[in-house]
Design a protein around this ligand. Structure first.
Ligand code: SF4
Ligand code: F3S
Length: 106
């Protein structure tokens, strides 16, 4: 499956959800996740993310492995999203800030 990682937090551009053929993105207050059992590994979402936050689970950057489990966990409780919406208001300022997981809202 593909995995949404740290740099999505507080940005949430949502370009990714528009291209997913199986609508397997789930939305929380300031982050999105991919449901690992629904993702068909098509890779279409990866290049769409302006924050480059999406990786194949085999290619998740070192130090961000916890996001594999986090996507699986939160996809079970968050709401499905399949239509693009405006990014969060301070998305540009937060894009590229490291370790945003401290700001994750559930
Ligand atoms: Fe959806 Fe394909 Fe991305 Fe998986 S890899 S989340 S199926 S767009
Ligand atoms: Fe997040 Fe990138 Fe999608 S910032 S909402 S993974 S387009």
């Amino acid at each position: 499956a593909f995995v949404v990682t740290d740099n999505c937090i507080k940005c949430k551009y949502t370009d990714c959800v528009e291209v997913c053929p199986v609508d397997c993105f789930y939305e929380g207050p300031n982050f999105l996740v991919i449901h690992p059992d629904e993702c068909i590994d098509c890779a279409l979402c990866e290049p769409e993310c302006p924050a480059q936050a999406i990786f194949s689970e085999d290619e998740v950057p070192a130090g961000q492995e916890q996001f594999i489990e986090l996507n699986a966990e939160l996809a079970q409780v968050w709401t499905n999203i399949s239509e693009r919406k405006d990014p969060l208001p301070d998305a540009e300022e937060w894009d590229g800030v490291e370790n945003k997981i401290a700001h994750l809202e559930r």
